[in-house]
Ligand binder design. Structure first.
Ligand SMILES: Cc1cc2nc3c(=O)[nH]c(=O)nc-3n(C[C@H](O)[C@H](O)[C@H](O)COP(=O)(O)OP(=O)(O)OC[C@H]3O[C@@H](n4cnc5c(N)ncnc54)[C@H](O)[C@@H]3O)c2cc1C
Length: 383
């Protein structure tokens, strides 16, 4: 990676998700010298709690999910909502947005997160009634569709979650809260293997089934069928059977939003993700990357905690100090709205894969960084 002296006068952050919010919060609370921060977010919303998104379908409000507003109200911060950065000019050190703003930076922080993926081996994923589960906008559209479809059907709707994992189970539980009867079609038999041991998975599955969620591990959807403009009507399964459904949700993982970096010739991993070193530096001297879009030690991590640690490392870097990312092999805590899984490190594969990330040093800008870790508890409990 290039070594460069980073100035702090004009800091531009692309993306206004949870990790960007933490970065700005940390920066303004730790900065002792003057600086100006511009945050550009394309969602048209103040940053919100994506981890708590399911709460919206349980009667929550967008306002209820908002992260601390005072951070962006700070006199040093300018927040440009509902705009998207389309181009980075690394030579001129500017970004250009959809609304034709050209903004100069001394340090650029890319916190662009991920797209929700859709399965490539299933036909019909773009039909009316198919949704991903990533943004507040996704959930608002799902909510409106389900309400309208339910009025026409005059009966409880049937939902299908394609893809399992904890996100799939969380989504299924959200459908139950909406009065929809969901079935989950996991991509593999042991679909939470990155997060849970087989015995914990059995326990979670039993909890889900007790809540009316059917987990269909033995079959795979091959095609989504529609019979009218009203939306999806059925799934075709690989055993030849047809499963009636009114709404389909995909929970098959994420794709890093690395296109800005790619187009600016910043190094991107072959499988996606902006390559960073242990100081969150990209291959371009004045550009850092943090959060889900960042590829570190062989992967992008679709969890919040590593992103928050990266935000702290980047803050320290911008303030002229030195801090490094370190993965020490300890497990991460994964949260789920309906069940709580803790101490995932005791599960076989998760033990090897799950990592708790932290910083090994901080020579500037304060200390006492926690990155929002949750206490470890050996428990699997309904909440
Ligand atoms: C339903 C759900 C439940 C989850 N539960 C958990 C959990 O229990 N535990 C856990 O650790 N993690 C969980 N996660 C994952 C967690 O939410 C993410 O890891 C975290 O939010 C990533 O934050 P981020 O800021 O890196 O990216 P994002 O949250 O994706 O934010 C990136 C932002 O940048 C914007 N953006 C992208 N490109 C541009 C551009 N060019 N110009 C302007 N703006 C742009 C995007 O629209 C987005 O608003 C969950 C995710 C979901 C969807």
């Amino acid at each position: 990676m290039n070594e460069a002296i980073l100035t702090t006068e004009e800091i531009v952050v692309v993306g206004a998700g949870m990790v960007a919010h933490r970065f700005v919060e940390s920066l303004i609370s730790r900065a002792e010298k003057p600086m100006h921060v511009t945050v550009i977010g394309d969602e048209g919303l103040h940053p919100y709690d994506r981890v708590g998104l399911t709460g919206f379908l349980r009667g929550g409000t967008p306002q209820g999910l908002e992260l601390d507003r005072s951070v962006f109200d700070d006199f040093r911060v300018r927040f440009l909502a509902d705009d998207r950065v389309l181009r980075i000019d690394t030579a001129g050190r500017t970004v250009t947005t959809r609304s034709r703003r050209v903004i100069r930076y001394d340090t650029l922080v890319l916190a662009t997160g991920s797209y929700a993926a859709t399965p490539e081996d299933i036909d019909g994923t773009d039909l009316v009634g198919c949704f991903v589960y990533r943004t507040l906008d996704d959930l608002e559209r799902l909510d409106r569709y389900a309400a309208a479809r339910g009025r026409v059907a005059g009966r409880p709707l049937r939902g299908a979650i394609i893809g399992g994992g904890l996100l799939g189970l969380d989504a299924a539980d959200a459908l139950v809260a909406m009065g929809i009867q969901p079935s989950v079609f996991p991509h593999s038999e042991h679909h939470t293997s990155r997060q849970l041991s087989p015995s914990d998975e059995r326990e979670v599955t039993a909890l889900m089934e007790a809540r009316g969620i059917e987990v269909r591990s033995g079959v795979r959807p091959t095609r989504i069928i529609t019979e009218s403009s009203a939306g999806v009507s059925a799934l075709e399964l690989d055993d030849g059977s047809i499963e009636p459904v009114d709404v389909v949700l995909f929970a098959v993982g994420v794709r890093p939003r690395d296109e800005l970096a790619r187009n600016a010739s910043i190094e991107v991993a072959p499988a996606g993700g902006i390559v960073i070193d242990e100081r969150c530096r990209t291959s371009e001297p004045h550009i850092l990357a943090i959060g889900e879009v960042a590829w570190f030690e062989g992967r992008c991590v679709g969890l919040l905690a590593p992103g928050l640690v990266m935000a702290e490392v980047a803050t320290t870097r911008v303030l002229g100090g030195d801090a490094i990312l370190r993965s020490n092999g300890d497990p991460s805590m994964l949260g789920l709205r309906s069940v709580r899984i803790a101490d995932v490190g005791e599960s076989g594969r998760a033990d090897r894969e799950a990592q708790e990330w932290n910083m090994s040093s901080s020579r500037a800008g304060g200390s006492g960084i926690t990155a929002g870790r949750t206490p470890r508890v050996r428990a699997l409990q309904a909440i």
